[in-house]
Design a protein around this ligand. Structure first.
Ligand code: SF4
Length: 755
């Protein structure tokens, strides 16, 4: 426990290795599940077992005895924990008292055990039986003047079967208001890539890493946010494949990594240097870097070198000329200024790209969470087009998703902007006319709560109010609602910032078995690389009063739509019946679903660009122009710093596993700000000064976070970083990518005010 003064000492060991092994043992001990947890870990990510509830990195095809990472073990331990939040716990604590506690403390209280309803008279949650809970939800939803007054949130932990039924229930109810967690992370991928390559997903599969001749990792801290990806990077390095890492923070795993499953490395304390080129980019400098690399390619092509894959360009693409002219027009001094990267280093990166006949470019939030994140993803595609890096082994674009089924949820209908063709299929398969008007994404749903148009919020998983921007305004908006429903496994702040009426509905967790009248059921998950695999829980549910997400969705639907012709009850027991419906609504992707899913490693969904098929309006891969070099609106404040909000190594989304951040050398506190020493001195601050940070905005709203300790850290000048959700109060709701609605959480303009 902590959150006092941070202890800070640079971490010199390699990432992974014994540190990861020790952290795994420590978390199982802390949650008092050494035996139970170890047994479960043997089944995690294994055929016949369950899928890790944490990130969305795919499982290795060739199975090892252990196929999980340290952060997967933390997610499992927190789920399998011995600790319980019982009715006695809620009797003991008022909601106001619980609000005083840290996110970490709330999580550490353990698993929820039965449905609870908020009692405004006593400010306590009190037990509520399931029937009454569904009746309350039904009455609130049926009482709405319009179905658009309800917001239906989905967290990326939600499996395909529950997400699909949720999408049908909400559309039969009459709205497309589907705020979901991908709106806050890879929505620019889902909205930015389709105009370029025809799909809003990555085209790379895990095997491609074994064939790549060069790998770029942009704006992603893989050692923390997809640790098993390091295995693929270590193997690539051992093959001599150059790896270019682009990041404002010199993340430890890219400097040196010890593969925990490499007995020789573990026995000899050996490690592998990952980044052959570490590009210490300024926050917001990625566009300038990509254009710099393209400029080098076009310059050298013009000087007679045969670099560009002209056959691919002629046959498959349109629009290169405009992109070439724009790149050539960019002046090197400006490219260097905006990117913060030297021309020499950009030329080295270009050389690595040019020499490679098969390049993979991976990216994370460092590319998407900017005011123009969607357009930036298109520039990644532009670069890959130049050497025809699609449709062959070892090549392609790879957005690394952060939550286990966030991509799957979108594939099976969690989409506030559904296509008309999809809605026609829903009508044909389920016999009701779905709403055609686009609904709300996350930022729009908070805005609807603020202006009072939204009355009801239902959260299928997650910790919405803690994940969204502009914390103070979002809390106030949530508290205006008539009803909030939180369907989760553990206690979190989303239960404490609630509507006039509020319900907590506890679910069976990913690692726990689902038994229905028809026997044991399994769910399915689609990972970052479009693999769909089965997940069968192996542990007994944490309490006999938990329900699976599928049953909760079906009973909510029946309560809200008494006259519905959809056979909700039939899906409660038989998940194959749900998968058959998914196959009917998505025949191109899911035909034969129930058969294909029987394969131990699941199956791969079709991703058309892998077959050089472009599902774009013009049937081509499109070079798309992004004028200029800035991904964010310039800010004319001499004291301005660009703030990136990040996860610590002991964190998964808003779940806090401890107050430490091992790889960055921070212990005992999350109230820290990583700053370049010259930026600190320039502001007259002492080392480890305690400061207040303020957002630079013109909307008249004061946004401040106090009590941050400044840590001297190798950040590029003008760039700072700190943890979310603690710094979410600094992120204005309106400060987002206009195309996708994704908050620009990686480039918030701030300044230091007072210490
Ligand atoms: S890499 Fe991601 S999915 Fe795999 S075990 Fe680790 S946290 Fe889980």
């Amino acid at each position: 426990m902590a959150d006092g003064k941070p202890r800070f000492k640079a971490y010199e060991q390699p990432a992974g290795g014994w540190g990861a092994a020790a952290a795994t043992a420590k978390i199982l001990l802390e949650q008092s599940v050494v035996a139970k947890g170890s047994r479960a870990l043997l089944a995690m990510n294994q055929p016949g077992g369950f899928k890790c509830p944490s990130c969305a990195f795919p499982d290795a095809e060739c199975k090892k005895t252990l196929d999980f990472c340290e952060n997967g073990a933390k997610a499992l331990a927190f789920e399998a924990t011995k600790f319980r939040v019982t009715r006695e716990f809620f009797e003991k604590h008022t909601v106001s008292e619980l609000m005083e506690q840290s996110d970490y403390w709330l999580e550490m209280q353990g698993r929820l055990t039965e449905p609870m309803r908020y009692d405004a008279g006593t400010d306590h949650y009190v037990p509520c039986d399931w029937d009454s809970a569904f009746a309350l939800i039904g009455s609130h939803l049926r009482a709405l003047e319009s179905p658009h007054q309800a917001e239906f949130y989905t967290s990326g932990r939600t499996p395909n079967e529950a997400a699909f039924l949720y999408s049908i229930f909400v559309r039969e109810f009459g709205t497309n208001n589907f705020p979901d967690c991908s709106n806050m992370c890879h929505e620019p991928t889902s909205r930015g890539l389709p105009p370029a390559i025809g799909v809003g997903k990555g085209t790379v599969i895990l095997e491609d890493f074994a064939h790549a001749e060069a790998i770029f990792v942009m704006g992603h801290n893989s050692g923390t946010n997809a640790p098993r990806m390091m295995t693929a990077l270590v193997e690539a390095r051992k093959r001599g494949v150059p790896i270019v890492v682009v990041n404002p923070m010199p993340e430890r795993a890219f400097i040196r990594f010890t593969e925990p499953q490499d007995i020789v490395q573990m026995a000899t304390f050996g490690s592998t240097p990952i980044a052959s080129e570490f590009v210490h980019i300024r926050i917001g400098g990625d566009l300038a870097l990509l254009k710099g690399i393209m400029k080098v390619i076009f310059e050298r092509e013009a000087q007679g070198e045969k670099i560009i894959d002209q056959d691919f360009i002629q046959q498959h693409t349109v629009g290169m000329d405009a992109v070439r002219d724009d790149a050539l027009a960019q002046a090197w001094p400006e490219i260097v200024r905006v990117s913060g990267v030297s021309e020499e280093q950009i030329r080295r990166c270009a050389e690595i790209y040019i020499r490679s006949c098969a390049t993979v470019i991976c990216y994370g939030m460092g590319v998407t969470q900017h005011q123009q994140g969607s357009k930036l993803t298109q520039q990644v595609a532009n670069l890959l087009f130049l050497k025809g890096n699609f449709g062959r082994p070892g090549a392609g674009i790879s957005p690394i998703r952060g939550h286990s089924n966030v991509q799957g949820d979108r594939t099976v209908g969690i989409d506030e902007k559904p296509s008309q063709a999809y809605l026609d299929r829903v009508r044909d398969v389920f016999g009701f006319e779905p709403p055609r008007a686009h609904g709300h994404h996350t930022v729009e749903s908070v805005a609807a709560m603020q202006d009072g148009t939204a009355k009801v919020f239902i959260g299928l998983g997650g910790n919405f109010v803690r994940a969204v921007p502009d914390t103070d305004r979002s809390y106030a908006a949530m508290r205006k609602l008539a009803l909030t429903v939180a369907i989760t496994t553990k206690l979190n702040r989303g239960h404490l910032v609630h509507g006039r009426d509020a319900l907590i509905l506890p679910v069976i967790a990913r690692s726990e078995a689902i038994r229905t009248a028809a026997g044991e059921q399994f769910i399915t998950i689609e990972d970052s690389m479009s693999n769909v695999t089965a997940s069968r829980g192996v542990l007994p549910p944490a309490s006999p009063d938990l329900l699976p997400e599928v049953e909760i969705v079906c009973r909510m639907a029946r309560a809200a739509l008494p006259g519905s012709k959809v056979p909700w009850e039939s899906y409660i027991d038989d998940y194959d019946a749900i998968r058959d419906k998914i196959a009917e609504v998505y025949p191109a992707l899911y035909s034969g679903f129930s058969e294909k899913i029987k394969s131990p490693n699941g199956f791969h969904l079709d991703v058309a660009p892998r077959r050089l098929v472009w599902l774009t309006p013009n049937g081509k891969a499109n070079f798309l122009l992004f004028p200029g070099l800035d991904v964010n609106a310039p800010v004319s404040d001499p004291g301005m710093l660009r703030l990136a909000t990040v996860r610590s190594h002991d964190q998964f989304n808003t779940t806090i596993y401890s107050f430490n951040d091992r790889y960055r050398g921070v212990r005992d506190s999350r109230m820290v700000l990583f700053m370049n020493v010259d930026d600190r001195i320039e502001r007259g601050l002492e080392p480890n000064a305690s400061i207040t940070l303020e957002t630079i905005s013109s909307d008249g709203v004061e946004r401040r976070v106090e009590g941050l300790t400044v840590l001297d850290y190798p950040m590029p000048r003008g760039s700072v970083a700190g943890y979310y959700p603690e710094l979410n109060p600094l992120l204005p709701l309106e400060y987002h990518d206009k195309i996708s609605g994704t908050p620009a959480a990686k480039s918030i303009p701030v300044r230091v005010v007072g210490s």
